[in-house]
Design a protein around this ligand. Structure first.
Ligand code: XUL
Ligand code: MN
Length: 344
């Protein structure tokens, strides 16, 4: 029996538009996605604040909570939990130059408003986690802001969130670049340092996305392991990425099966999920994918994860131990290759 439960965000099923071309598939409405996510075996949904409450700017704080309560009823109908709420601090005109570390005081205030509203929504959805993907937090022009000031702004914003709600946990999803040029919090190491500098480090952790680690030139399994060692891996965004180029959000495991195997292995060996953590996916269908196949990348990611979980179950730890004792890493490496290729 698998120890894992899976989560997904509504943006994982999208119409295929990119920076260079218009949509290639029909938009699918939110309720249809929810029903399909439940049918595919997902247990929880990841939300941006405006996935949960579209047009959030148009409502009062009370109206936003009311809308969130309506959404909760919908989730209950499908037996789905809410995993997290993430303030979307990159689409609004107030977030052109970032959110918490924007150079405009008015825009920083707007970013805090979105962060507080995300917390309000989370509480109504019976969830205690806010994810911060810090899309535009950094510089496009290196001399435009001080990295010292910007880092302190982030710590101050997180402290305000922790003070606003004594139960809320803040989970930073690091990414080294895109859409920003130089990010302020690019890796899990940065996240751990920020956590330690806040007023309650036990409530500040990380969300490791495989593609983001690869974009930083790092190994996703080691980034996961680092956060696990600190007791601060709050969730993951599994996917895949072909080297250092635009963020691809490919189906989990399709570019580097061995790296994917090691992500499943480190999660499984360390009892990930035993405190209610979900295995989150953050995957995108290709632009060429048809309407009929628009959930295939999710189905395939789940299939690959589960197949790799079986490989981890079969992993021969006695043989590994022997190889380590004799330092026969050639044999250990070939053993892993054979395991993955299905050669006994
Ligand atoms: C962007 C990314 C986001 C976050 C959620 O690279 O991964 O989708 O996961 O805001
Ligand atoms: Mn992500």
């Amino acid at each position: 029996m698998s120890q894992f439960k899976f989560s997904v965000g509504p943006w994982n099923v999208h119409a295929g538009a990119d920076s260079y071309g218009p949509p290639t598939r029909q938009e699918i409405d939110f309720d249809t996605k929810l029903a399909k996510f439940a049918e595919l075996g997902f247990s929880a949904i990841q939300f941006h604040d405006d996935d949960a409450v579209p047009n959030i700017n148009d409502y009062t704080e009370e109206q936003i909570k009311e809308k969130a309560r309506e959404l909760k009823k919908k989730l209950d109908k499908y037996g789905l939990a809410a995993e997290f709420v993430a303030p979307r601090l990159w689409m609004d005109e107030h977030s052109i130059d970032g959110g918490f570390m924007s150079t405009s005081a008015e825009d920083r205030e707007y970013a805090m408003w979105r962060a507080y509203r995300s917390i309000d929504i989370a509480r109504e959805l019976d969830c205690d986690m806010i994810v911060l993907w810090l899309a535009r937090e950094g510089t496009l022009c290196a001399e435009s802001k001080s990295p010292v000031w910007a880092t302190r702004q982030l710590i101050e914003a997180i402290n305000k969130m922790l003070a606003y709600d004594p139960k809320i946990r803040v989970c930073i999803e690091p990414k080294p670049n895109e859409p920003i040029d130089r990010s302020i919090c690019g890796t899990m190491g940065h996240v751990m340092a920020i956590s330690a500098a806040t007023i309650d480090p036990s409530r500040v952790g990380g969300n490791l996305e495989s593609a983001h680690a690869i974009l930083a030139g790092l190994d996703p399994a080691h980034e996961i392991g680092f956060a696990l060692a600190m007791g601060k891996l709050m969730t993951v965004h599994l996917n895949d990425q072909n080297g250092i180029r635009y963020d691809q959000d490919k189906t989990f495991g399709v570019e580097n099966l061995r790296a994917a195997f090691n992500q499943v292995k480190v999660l499984k060996e360390n009892g990930y999920g035993s405190h209610g953590e979900y295995v989150g996916l953050d995957v995108k269908a290709m632009r060429t994918t048809t309407d009929e196949d628009c959930y295939k990348h999710l189905e395939n990611s789940l299939k690959i994860f589960r197949a790799l979980e079986k490989k981890v179950d079969r992993f021969d730890y006695d043989f590994q131990k022997k190889c380590v004792e004799t330092r026969d890493f050639e044999a250990l490496e070939m053993y892993v290759m054979n395991l993955l290729m299905g050669i006994d």
